[in-house]
Design a binder for this molecule. Structure first.
Ligand SMILES: [Zn+2]
Length: 105
């Protein structure tokens, strides 16, 4: 049965893509969509960051906030700005310009 073999191969390919790209591609897409929906004025900057992350070979347009710091460059984020992010807003890291978002996990 060819169909079963094809299906198995497709699943393996997806698994390989996921594990090699630090950020889940599906999650990246969801973040882009949410950003453009809530803050459409950020579109041009997002495009620039995505182009930059492609050249670097990794996703660097978004980063989470961990322990009050940007998870990508370790820059401290002001408490007032963290509150905005927790409320669902995207802000830009003052150092690396990535869009910061809150991930409760
Ligand atoms: Zn940063």
């Amino acid at each position: 049965m060819f169909t079963v073999q094809n299906k198995t191969r497709a699943v393996k390919q997806v698994a390989r893509v996921r594990s090699s790209a630090g950020v889940d591609t599906r999650q990246l897409k969801a973040l882009c969509e949410r950003l453009l929906r809530t803050q459409p004025q950020s579109g041009p900057l997002l495009k620039r960051l995505l182009a930059r992350s492609c050249r670097a070979g990794r996703h660097s347009a978004f980063a989470t906030i961990q322990n009050g710091r940007c998870a990508a460059c370790n820059m401290t984020v002001a408490t007032a700005r963290i509150q905005k992010v927790k409320a669902g807003e995207f802000i830009n890291c003052a150092n690396c310009i990535r869009f910061l978002y809150y991930d409760p996990r």
